[in-house]
Ligand binder design. Structure first.
Ligand SMILES: [Zn+2]
Length: 1021
């Protein structure tokens, strides 16, 4: 931008510029190839788009935001340094990015390689809507390079800095609204900075009407204005404000320092922590933290108590304290029977409690737990309005998704399948976008989620015959089409024609020397007769073959995305159509593809499979072990159970090929791992246990649950969000270190992860009726799953951001372009009723897990239970039993129920022993209209970050409260609370869950759509 009415503050310009100009000629080609999850140490979550320009204008990030060359005078040319690059001649040629590429971001960084000829002037990039709303950078032959941002009348612009010509130069522009800064970099070093206070990305780029956004490289917003003469290479757009170190890494100036895989030190906290003390607010009051004793058996790490009741000075009462124990990476300490001592620490204090651990001989293995509970079929539980005839949050979310699903065209979800098999598309069929477009190697994943959602919607809409008929018709149409396609695989296209029915002998596509992942229209192979019997997918078999041959994750045609991940969604969808929806043909399709997978994997050496499953993203297989074990359960065919075990992620499950440690031995092997890659493997391990009864598979699930929910969990019940490694989708590099290694910029908790954790909660609870599982279920359900949906449509979140002043971003309102989380959202919100009640397998007990208005048809006992409540807008619920008989009703006493749990039956108060975090048993011979009234008084409570006790979230009962924010923040919202009782600092209305605490407005996070802070810097008065 040429003008600068408001000059930025910029120190030592001359010195910086001189340093840049005197720097030795840039070293090191940008080595990382497209699709590396840790591109230059930065997680892919932060990357919006990447245009390498090595022969085309495709986006090589996973978002597939392909750009277009416009005008004349833009061509790819040979270049000495980079091979092929894009050359703009300055005679009208430029690049245009899709208008929605940067909608919805809180910060923008643009990094690119630029080569300017002598005397070059012109726009480098210009992102915005018009001349007065834009983020742009330009170069002038006379004065140099500058960047500017404008929003209405407000401007920020860096002072021009001279750029060397006739050589490659790495240029970065970082627009950081929370800190009100615009910064430019040359070759990884700061070149200029301007204040840009009060300007947000939303003012520059239209967040809703993508067509209003004009995103250019090499041209400006002004039509007909001169375009840039120069060469471009590796243009990257990030959704985060890159730090100095990150810019240095991208430019190559700091290669090696950052570590190519992002395993270097944690990048600096982008939110200021200066005001937050390190000392715990409890430190001065604590007198002693007692030592503890623990037991384990040889070969298995002990489970030490994470929370210990502490002794406070003057015999005062106080909360339990969090203890962080060492987390070994092997089982050496417990190799033999004996005793040893470990020392823990209480964060923010000098207390170091000790744990004395007795290691007993391993002896006989403990008996495998039995599955003693069963869920109710979806149609047997119907959600109701609350006592005031208002739609509950559950009904609102259910209906918005049901309505959206009813409006979908199944042909869109079949499009890529028909395309893969070279079949014509019916009239009106359109391809999905997002991760299901023509060239995305994950295409078909949304169709799998869709199959599950349609089956659940059919099963669950017993309250509406017309809807139910519509979903049945959709499900049958989907399955009939997929069935016909799957029957084509490995059979001659025409009678007597060539074919290969052996899954292990799939040849390369016709006219090709090898296998590739080229799915472009016209190039995709469609010779289904060669694909082996039973094959079904939305792409040809090549990606599976390539993975076996060592292909990595990426966007080149020699690379793959995650073929088994997609297949898991499809198979799970098919099995749901059978198991939940009753469609027999769906099971047949799944059997055929299951046999195809089994044949291929069985033919591989174990070390090839280990290599595949531990290959980053490429080897991500969702819950393939789960669907294979499920196939065994549904068909009785043993081969599928054996195949499930071929998906064992040996390193994570068992430590190594000798099974020396791993999750099975309670060793934390998930540190730094991609969360959503691994959680479904765990539910798969549990399903494998269900089929085999082999105890280690149960221990894997049980230990994982404990490790993940105590060492890596955020306030909303989700996990991951790492800053180290620098990828918001990963668990932090070490357990118990969210403050040190978590709170990534660009999102913390991926919604899929919580969907999968809830699945694990309920599956474990079927074996072990410990309340902790359903306590976590409630936490994640209310505060992440319900909180992940837009106010007025089924748009939903990918990551839920938890940093101060953040805002949720909802996508896919029209169900036309899916990320993974948009896919799991379809499933979550068509089964919201599935865990309110469970029954014991012998039908002698009913479990009431959640307090949600609903009607249960317990057909096995001819009993109907109606639950009427305004929960969580009231702390009471009423259960009315219709039917009769002697059985137990077991009701969850939530962990947060610290102020009592009042039960009355038919109006008479009952004496019950109701410990928070347990189930209370109500045993009697029930008669029609017996009424149980429950009151569970809510209280405010704080949930501190485990390694920073001064930063905490506030809950009211089960509900996470969010502070309303009007703008992005550069600090953690400070709040002062009464030391004894948060309630003394709060006023408000429990019936609406709106509160004012220390002058700040709070409301439930699940009803928050604007900016919020859910973690607060707490000071006690
Ligand atoms: Zn996801």
């Amino acid at each position: 931008m040429g003008r600068s009415t408001k000059r930025g503050t910029r120190g030592h310009v001359g010195a910086l510029l001189a340093a840049v100009l005197l720097a030795p000629v840039m070293i090191g080609l940008v080595a990382a190839q497209g699709g590396d999850q840790f591109l230059d140490g930065i997680g892919e979550t932060a990357l919006v788009a990447r245009y390498q320009f090595s022969g085309n204008a495709e986006d090589s990030s996973r978002n597939h935001l392909h750009a277009a060359l416009q005008g004349s005078g833009a061509a790819f040319v040979e270049d000495e340094r980079f091979g092929r690059v894009l050359e703009l001649t300055g005679s009208g040629g430029y690049v245009q990015l899709p208008g929605h590429a940067v909608a919805g971001e809180d910060a923008i960084s643009v990094a690119l390689w630029l080569y300017l000829p002598t005397g070059a002037s012109g726009p480098v990039f210009d992102f915005g809507q018009n001349a007065s709303r834009r983020l742009a950078a330009s170069v002038s032959a006379a004065s140099g390079f500058s960047a500017g941002v404008a929003a209405g009348g407000v401007l920020g612009s860096t002072e021009p800095a001279l750029v060397p010509v006739n050589q490659w130069m790495h240029v970065t522009v970082v627009f950081d609204p929370p800190n009100g800064r615009l910064t430019t970099y040359f070759n990884g070093a700061r070149a200029g900075q301007a204040a840009a206070a009060g300007i947000t990305v939303a003012q520059v780029v239209d967040q809703t009407a993508a067509d209003a956004n004009r995103l250019f490289l090499g041209r400006s917003q002004a039509d007909g204005a001169p375009t840039l003469p120069g060469k471009l290479r590796d243009v990257r757009v990030y959704r985060v404000a890159l730090t100095d170190a990150q810019v240095a890494a991208i430019s190559g100036a700091a290669s090696g320092r950052q570590g190519g895989r992002g395993r270097g030190g944690a990048p600096a906290q982008e939110i200021s922590t200066a005001a937050i003390p390190k000392e715990s607010p409890l430190a001065a009051r604590l007198e002693r933290v007692p030592d503890v004793q623990a037991e384990t058996i040889a070969g298995r790490l002990p489970r030490l108590p994470r929370e210990i009741p502490a002794v406070y000075r003057d015999q005062a009462q106080g909360p339990v304290v969090r203890v962080i124990w060492p987390a070994p990476t092997d089982t050496l300490q417990v190799a033999a029977p004996g005793t040893y001592v470990v020392t823990g620490k209480v964060p923010g204090t000098s207390f170091e409690p000790k744990a004395t651990i007795t290691v007993k001989p391993a002896g006989r293995a403990a008996p495998a737990p039995a599955r003693t509970l069963e869920p109710f079929a979806l149609g047997r539980v119907v959600l109701n309005q609350d006592t005031k005839r208002r739609d509950t949050p559950f009904i609102r979310n259910r209906d918005t998704f049901i309505k959206g699903l009813a409006a979908t065209n199944p042909d869109s979800f079949l499009y890529n399948f028909r395309d893969a098999f070279g079949q014509p598309q019916p009239a009106g069929a359109t391809q999905l976008g997002g991760w299901d477009n023509q060239t995305t190697r994950l295409r078909g994943h949304a169709s799998g989620h869709y199959l599950s959602a349609i089956a659940q919607a059919y099963a669950g809409t017993t309250y509406d015959d017309a809807l139910r008929a519509d979903f049945l018709q959709k499900m049958n149409y989907l399955i009939d089409t997929l069935y016909d396609l799957s029957r084509k695989s490995g059979r001659p296209a025409t009678e007597g024609g060539p074919f290969n029915d052996d899954p292990t002998r799939v040849p390369p596509g016709p006219g090709r020397a090898g296998y590739d992942s080229n799915l472009r229209a016209g190039a995709i192979r469609t010779d289904y007769w060669n694909w082996g019997k039973g094959f079904i997918s939305a792409y040809p078999p090549d990606q599976f073959v390539m993975l076996e041959k060592g292909a990595t994750y990426g966007t080149q045609d020699t690379q793959v995305w995650a073929p088994y991940y997609t297949l898991h969604k499809i198979l799970a969808g098919l099995l749901d159509c059978y198991e939940v929806g009753g469609n027999r043909k769906a099971l047949e399709i799944a059997q055929g593809m299951g046999a195809w997978v089994d044949a291929r994997l069985r033919a591989l050496p174990a070390k090839t499979r280990i290599s595949m499953w531990s290959r980053y993203i490429a080897g991500e297989y969702g819950g393939m072990n789960e669907v294979m074990a499920r196939l065994h359960r549904l068909t009785g065919e043993r081969q599928f159970l054996e195949c499930a075990k071929l998906f064992d992620n040996v390193t994570v499950f068992f430590g190594n090929a000798d099974h020396d440690h791993g999750l099975a031995a309670n060793v934390d092997t998930i540190r730094g791992k991609h969360a959503n890659q691994h959680i479904p493997q765990i539910t798969g391990a549990l399903e494998t246990f269900r089929g085999t009864g082999e105890r280690p598979y149960y221990d894997i699930a049980d230990n994982f649950w404990d490790i993940a929910t105590s060492g890596y969990m955020y306030a909303i019940g989700g996990v991951a969000g790492a800053r180290t490694p620098n990828n918001a989708e990963c668990f932090t590099a070490e357990p118990d270190s969210l403050w040190e290694h978590g709170f990534a910029s660009g999102g913390q908790n991926e919604t899929c992860c919580t969907y999968n954790l809830l699945k694990l909660d309920r599956q474990l609870f079927m074996y072990d009726q410990t309340a902790k599982y359903m306590d976590h279920y409630e936490l994640g359900l209310y505060n992440h799953i319900l909180a992940s949906v837009a106010e007025d449509d089924p748009g939903n979140t990918y990551h839920v951001p938890l940093n101060p002043g953040a805002q949720k971003r909802f996508g896919n309102a029209d169900m036309s372009g899916f990320t993974c989380c948009n896919g799991t959202a379809l499933e979550s919100h068509t089964k919201l009723q599935d865990s309110i009640y469970f029954r014991s397998a012998d039908d002698k007990a009913l479990y009431v897990n959640l307090f949600v208005s609903s009607t249960l048809d317990w057909a096995e006992r001819k009993v109907v239970v109606r639950q009427r409540t305004d929960f969580p807008y009231a702390d009471t619920t009423r259960l009315v039993v219709d039917g009769s008989g002697a059985f137990d009703i077991r009701v969850r006493v939530p962990r947060w129920a610290t102020r009592g749990f009042v039960v009355s039956i038919n109006g008479r108060a009952q004496t019950v022993k109701a410990e928070p975090g347990s189930y209370v048993t109500l045993r009697r011979t029930w008669r029609a209209n017996d009424t149980i009234d429950l009151r569970i008084p809510f209280a405010f409570h704080l949930a501190p970050v485990m390694d920073q006790p001064n930063v905490a979230s506030i809950f009211y009962g089960p509900v996470l409260l969010a502070a309303e924010e009007s703008a992005p923040r550069s600090d953690w919202r400070p709040i002062t609370l009464d030391a004894g009782d948060v309630a003394k600092s709060a006023s408000g209305d429990p019936a609406t869950l709106r509160f004012t605490i220390d002058g700040v407005t709070f409301k439930p996070f699940f009803e928050t759509y604007g900016r919020h802070s859910v973690y607060l810097h707490v000071t006690f008065k």
